[in-house]
Design a protein around this ligand. Sequence first.
Ligand code: SF4
Length: 102
Amino acid sequence: MKKLIKITLLVTEDCNLNCTYCYKPYKDKKHMDLQTAISIIDKELSCEYERGLISFLGGEPFLNYKLIKQVVEYVSDRYQNVTFLAFTNGTLIKVSTAGFFE
Ligand code: SF4
């Protein structure tokens, strides 16, 4: 049994900021779709594990909040002991979206 399975989803290549030090200065508007995310998650979580960790990255991941919400709902319905993490610049977090991760 694997102790920890880490999954990193680059949910969008778009960002609402333009930091001079950005590691990825070009901004592509492409978003990951739900089917791609699900196929990665199902493949990775199909084995026995103790804990799962799914990280959402961008660009700014909350530009694709719809997908993040769908993924969290999908995983919560099917898998146990999975924690979620978002690497965000914080500018798009509202009370409603912040509460979703509590
Ligand atoms: S917030 Fe992050 S991804 Fe967006 S421009 Fe700044 S460094 Fe790049």
